[in-house]
Design a protein around this ligand. Structure first.
Ligand code: WTA
Length: 651
């Protein structure tokens, strides 16, 4: 291993396993072979505008056709200029109009076990009615509607109803505090608030409306609040401001047609905390986003009409926006939604749901997969998972051993895994195997999707040599890309378009192997510099996770007088901790990937601190490892007790 130059990252991981798509899978797939993929990819790459124009004409409903495909005034992109469409129409009405109104759109299970089903026609009625209710409350096109609701069908209905009348939704995950809601409402200038009386979580009822009331006391722009009855408690209602959902929809006609919206009309804002703490409102618009979510869904999940597709994310995250609502519904899929926790009433809830609904496609996150591994195989055993044909992963890198477990234990060795790399900002999946075409390697997101041109560059903006890690950039606009940061266009320019001129900076590091496969190496800010060697966190973590005693691992750098940085590892175990194991793990990493990557410190912990969307908070761990007071924003921390525990360990 040589010393890395500026901006480059060393790789120490060797992963040789390769899984070809089965003949059965490929035969029935949309994209059947590597040649098919390459052909499609090359066609898109050679003339992206012509490619996307053709996709847009064929796959969206246009009230008025667009006259220009792309206007690119770096970093400002406009797609499908002059056209009008409606995301709700594309997701709902288009299917009814095409005679597919009886197809199931949403299959829903509440945490207590209650169930609902909505066909596309029923969805159209409900969405139309609620859109009418929003209008009756005075909602105008362009108004921001803040949504703080449990994972019920009404959450999707609320999003679609906004899209139907041109209102801009801002969904806030229903675990955030009143403070976090108020911050987001004020930043967005939200006019309407949607919530529910409460939600079910791990057998308890959380009083959402009370949290919202605290938030609204500090959200002066919000004029009206609509409350869905979900749990049936005595939610406090403020007269004049607050309305029950069921009373509103009863008072309006179910006839509120979808408004023709300009292609570039804002569709939603979604706040993401980013590495610098202050949440930023990522702004997505109508036509490009909707098209990108739909096509990537069809390509990556190889969707067929009889699939039962389950994405376990919450609609409070981009994954829920793009791959519960706007992608799958635009594709006419049957989408399963589940309200609650994966371990309620027991650790086998997901497998019970897969078995009950005969789920064919499951899309979940590495953090969940690692939890399942920790909980033990006995919760999976005994459930019939034979309906599954495809598995997906999103949100973080998946450690190869977790990938193998997912493949064998959940997928029965027969289901391809699509490890999908993307971001809130990208709107949809950017790199992923196409399951009928691209052979997979555990831990690699494999290849870019059609129309996406990734580059890996060093500090000088030049491509790094193949095999080396560097900054992952995208060198041509794509329809699903963010159009800006709400209220802060300068930050948009600075954060994404300044460091490497002319290219979108993802903020992740990546490398490409000799087969041209991409490997995400973690955030640029998380690189550990040991004696001049720049190591990526995921590689050391994956080496730790490959030890049978380890459930989950997070590594960070801490200051070291001699080496510059030393490696500190935080590890959760599948067994009881002991000193011998600590030494054993150091040795294991040394054997797996080399002496340089051997952790200097290994600390056992009951759980790792995570953001609410399940990502490990490495910044916080860095502060803890270096003994510094923690300085960054921790409003997204899931479990403060973990922090306390780690701190205690130190004393
Ligand atoms: C990380 C989630 C490795 C990455 C859709 C990215 C991943 C950030 C993967 C975006 C993956 C997401 N492999 N890393 N398959 N998917 N990431 O905005 O660091 O919540 O930049 O969007 O998650 O997170 P976000």
């Amino acid at each position: 291993m040589s010393e890395a130059s500026e901006g480059q990252v060393d790789t120490v991981m060797v992963e040789q396993r390769l899984f070809e798509p089965s003949e059965d899978f490929s035969r029935q797939a949309r994209i059947k072979s590597m040649e098919d993929y390459q052909q499609l990819y090359d066609r898109a790459a050679s003339d992206p505008e012509a490619f996307w124009a053709e996709q847009a004409r064929e796959h969206l409903h246009w009230f008025t056709p667009f006259t220009q495909t792309l206007q690119w005034d770096n970093p400002l992109a406009k797609w499908f200029i002059g056209g009008t469409t409606n995301a709700c129409y594309n997701c709902v009405d288009a299917h009814v109009a095409a005679g597919r109104g009886d197809q199931l759109a949403i299959l829903w299970e509440g945490e207590p076990g209650d169930q609902r089903q909505l066909t596309y026609r029923q969805l159209q009625e409900e969405v139309s009615r609620f859109a009418g209710a929003l209008k009756q409350l005075g909602t105008q096109p362009g108004d921001v509607v803040s949504i703080y609701m449990p994972m019920t069908p009404e959450l999707a209905i609320a999003m679609l109803a906004c899209a139907r009348i041109g209102a801009v939704h801002s969904v806030i995950f229903a675990g955030f505090s009143a403070e976090a809601i108020a911050d987001r409402n004020n930043d967005a200038g939200a006019k309407i608030q949607l919530t529910s009386d409460g939600l079910h979580r791990r057998g308890k009822v959380l009083p959402l409306k009370e949290t919202v009331d605290q938030a609204l006391a500090k959200s002066p722009t919000v004029e009206k609040c609509v409350v869905l009855r979900r749990v049936g408690n005595d939610a406090p209602m403020q007269s004049g401001r607050d309305h029950w959902w069921h009373e509103l929809v009863d008072s309006v006609e179910a006839d509120c047609p979808a408004e023709p919206m300009d292609s570039e009309a804002p569709l939603f804002i979604l706040y993401t905390s980013g590495s610098t703490g202050k949440p930023k409102g990522i702004r997505h618009t109508t036509a490009g986003y909707n098209l990108y979510a739909k096509r990537t869904f069809q390509w990556v999940f190889d969707h067929r009409p009889d699939d039962v597709y389950w994405c376990t994310a919450d609609c409070g995250w981009i994954t829920g926006h793009s791959y519960i609502v706007y992608g799958p519904l635009a594709a006419g899929a049957t989408v399963l939604m589940y309200e609650g926790a994966p371990n309620h009433p027991a650790e086998d809830r997901f497998w019970e749901i897969v078995e009950k609904y005969r789920v064919t496609i499951l899309y979940t996150a590495p953090t969940a997969i690692r939890a399942f591994i920790k909980w033990g195989d006995e919760h999976v055993d005994g459930h019939d998972l034979s309906s599954l044909r495809l598995l997906g992963s999103v949100g973080e890198g998946i450690n190869p051993e977790a990938w193998m477990w997912y493949h064998t234990k959940i997928g029965g060795g027969r289901c391809p895994i699509v490890d999908t790399w993307w971001q809130t900002e990208t709107g949809g999946i950017m790199m992923s195997p196409l399951p009928g075409a691209i052979a997979t390697k555990p831990g690699s997101c494999t290849k870019p999707l059609p129309g996406i041109r990734p580059r890996i560059v060093g500090e000088d903006g030049q491509n790094v040599p193949q095999g080396r890690g560097g900054m992952l950039c995208i060198d041509h606009p794509w329809p699903g890309m963010l159009r800006g940061i709400w209220g802060d266009e300068q930050r948009y320019q600075e954060q994404y378009w300044s460091k490497v001129p002319g290219m979108y900076l993802t903020g992740d590091n990546a490398r490409q192997d000799s087969d041209g496969y991409y490997w995400i190496m973690g955030r640029i800010d998380d690189v550990i510099n040991v004696s001049g060697h720049r190591l990526s966190t995921i590689e050391v973590e994956s080496a730790l996770v490959s030890h049978p005693a380890v459930a989950e691992a997070a590594v960070v750098g801490k200051p070291d007088e001699i080496k510059g940085q030393a490696i500190a590892a935080f590890v959760t175990l599948r067994t009881d901790p002991n000193e011998e194991l600590r030494q054993g793990l150091k040795l294991h990493v040394r054997q797996e990937i080399g002496a340089l990557a051997q952790p200097d410190d290994i600390r056992f912990t009951a759980a790792l601190p995570k953001t609410r969307s399940g990502k490990i908070m490495r910044r916080l761990l860095r502060d803890i490892a270096s003994g510094k007071e923690q300085t960054g924003d921790t409003s997204t921390l899931e479990d403060f007790s973990v922090l306390a525990k780690l701190r205690d360990d130190e004393e």
